[in-house]
Ligand binder design. Structure first.
Ligand code: UDP
Length: 326
């Protein structure tokens, strides 16, 4: 089967591409290299260097390559940025997805997998968060993914496009070849690792007055290869299912301070930290209940322990102190 992967040069997308290729799929990567890295693209994939905002190019790519399925990773994905530049999220994220979904149905694509997010749930009423939790995004990033999930709902009703919406909690960790390299970096684990590598003086904790045991935000860190394996399972499950929604996490939460302590333990570096103001748009606690995908599709995360997740990130960053370098 041929799968078109948008954002296949990015952090999660590039690992999903590796997993697809290892599982025998043909892959076309569609990426504008805005955040992604050319050297992160698996050489066995066909690469189309283009932008989702060009609807004509998206359609022409689809007509040329005729994928049977799409995995859509490419999007702006920063909660903090979405609170200062909502137009990138409510505008481009949404209109780019529409270009892609519309071209998909015009070319007879049968299956669509969306990178969705825990940010759909805002400040949830019940933790851990199951798929039945109410959807109430607390920032424009989450709202953009909510719109795209609704778009897919209607393209399923009107055109029969089958889809899976995979709500990631906090992607983390690395593989032998792939790791997290954003320019500029804004994610917690790679930033703490930059301190341990001597590239940054300290880590800033965004608020310690949340309603959590140590006052800092709690997140559920899920290994990037476990996210990738969930994508392949969902892709296969769409053979017999119309619509799937799954929350993807390890089911255990770690505070910002606990993550800093974990990096200290893994690296042996003291990692100085100071507390600053809260980052707008951050909910206090996000922890996944992933029983649904485990029982329905047999998803079996290989990195349930945050120490192992952080260790794989540290190994990659030690080998690539300047990231991908492109
Ligand atoms: N965070 C922090 N300092 C940083 C970066 C992040 O305290 O320099 C916190 C952030 O407020 C959130 C958690 O770490 O509570 C995870 O943030 P990240 O940006 O990695 O992922 P997000 O939860 O936004 O998807």
């Amino acid at each position: 089967m041929k799968v078109l992967v948008t954002g296949g040069a990015g952090y999660i997308g590039s690992v999903a591409v590796d997993t697809l290729i290892a599982s025998g799929y043909d892959v076309v990567v569609f990426d504008n290299l805005y955040m992604g890295h050319r050297s992160a693209i698996n050489p066995a994939a066909t690469f189309v260097h283009a932008d989702l905002k060009d609807a004509d190019v998206v359609l022409a790519t689809m007509e040329e390559h005729r994928p049977e399925a799409i995995m859509h990773f490419a999007s702006y994905s920063l909660v903090g940025e979405s609170m200062t530049a909502p137009e990138k999220y409510l505008g481009e994220n949404v209109s780019n997805a529409l270009n892609l979904i519309d071209a998909a149905v015009k070319c007879g694509v049968q299956r669509f997998i969306l990178s969705s997010t825990a940010a759909l749930f805002g400040d949830p009423e019940k933790v851990p968060i199951s798929e039945s939790e109410r959807l109430a995004p607390g920032n424009p990033y989450g709202e953009s993914k909510f719109f795209i999930e609704r778009m897919l709902h209607w393209y399923n009703k009107t055109h029969g496009l089958k889809f899976a919406a995979l709500r990631y909690f906090n992607a983390a960790g690395g593989t032998d070849e792939k790791g997290e390299d954003h320019q500029p970096e804004s994610h917690l684990i790679p930033l703490i690792i930059q301190v341990a590598l001597g590239q940054r003086d300290e880590i800033k904790i965004f608020g310690d007055d949340y309603d959590t045991p140590d006052g800092t935000c709690i997140r559920d860190y899920i290994h990037v290869t476990d996210l990738a394996s969930a994508h392949v399972l969902a892709l296969e499950a769409l053979a017999d299912n119309d619509v799937l929604h799954y929350n993807l996490g390890n089911g255990s939460g770690f505070s910002v301070k606990q993550v800093i302590d974990t990096v200290r333990e893994v690296t042996g570096h003291p990692v100085p930290a100071t507390t600053v103001a809260r980052r707008a748009g951050d909910p206090a606690i996000l922890i996944a209940d992933s029983q649904k995908i485990k029982s329905e599709l047999g998803w079996d995360p290989k990195f349930p322990d945050v120490l192992d997740v952080v260790s794989t990130a540290w190994e990659w960053h030690k080998r690539h102190p300047e990231g991908y370098g492109d």
